[in-house]
Design a protein around this ligand. Structure first.
Ligand code: GTB
Length: 216
């Protein structure tokens, strides 16, 4: 059975790999699993049909036969387990790779999202100029810690894993700021992820949605 994922009909980033279906597309490309995409508008995401799949009315979702999932971490973990790729088989190494998945989503992503949302939505607030440096510092703390841990390794713990896949997509959210440039090993880490052929295929597929929509 070919799984179906949902993605934005009109992504605000114009298909530049920032919306979270990118993670799921990348994981599916890494394991060589073809997939269908159902595009949804912002209105459709809040309608009962989509809410039955995703209680928070968001994308992406993942459907495969009787199974319907939401939350990118859970979806990527499921894909990795189902295909026996993207996670080591040795028990402890596998647990460490899953730890990095959680670290990407629970520890590194929140300050990056807060920083991004402030730049996007809060520029006109009276407190913006005061708050932004605080949010930026929180991002820098996490990047400094991550940079120290990565050191000169290619990936976070041995071979490329689902933990790296999620961490790279989280760090890519900083693309529009120049913060990552202050951490050369993290910039190289993201570039290594983006150079993977599976990443390129996923990126091109997401971009093609925008290109098709803007030419119709
Ligand atoms: N924790 C969930 C997960 O990991 O799956 C979060 C899912 C989520 O935030 N989905 C967003 C969504 O559906 C899209 S990815 N938002 C609509 C809503 O909540 O009503 C977040 C996102 C959107 C757009 C950009 N961009 O254009 O740059 C970047 C990230």
């Amino acid at each position: 059975m070919i799984p179906t994922i949902t993605a934005f009909k009109n992504s605000p980033d114009r298909g530049r790999g920032q919306a979270r279906d990118m993670r799921v597309r990348w994981a599916l490309e890494e394991v060589g699993q073809p997939y269908n995409v159902r595009l949804v508008s912002f209105e459709e995401m809040k309608e009962p049909g989509h809410l039955a799949l995703h209680p928070f009315g968001q994308i992406p979702t993942y459907e495969d036969g009787d199974l319907a999932l939401f939350e990118t971490g859970a979806i990527v973990l499921h894909i990795a387990e189902r295909h026996g790729v993207l996670l080591p088989t040795e028990t402890n190494a596998r647990a460490r790779a899953i730890t990095w998945m959680f670290a990407a989503l629970n520890t590194v992503e929140p300050p990056i999202v807060d920083f991004g949302m402030a730049m996007l939505l809060e520029r006109d607030e009276s407190w913006y100029e005061e708050r932004l440096p605080v949010l930026k510092d929180r991002v820098r703390v996490r990047l400094g810690e991550l940079s120290s841990r990565l050191g000169d390794a290619d990936w976070l713990d041995g071979a490329f894993s689902a933990g790296d896949l999620l961490m790279v997509t989280v760090l890519r959210r900083l693309n529009s700021s120049h913060i990552l440039g202050d951490y050369p090993n993290l910039s190289s880490y993201v570039a290594r992820g983006e150079a993977r052929s599976a990443f390129r295929r996923a990126f091109d597929a997401q971009l093609a949605v925008f290109t098709a929509a803007s030419s119709s």
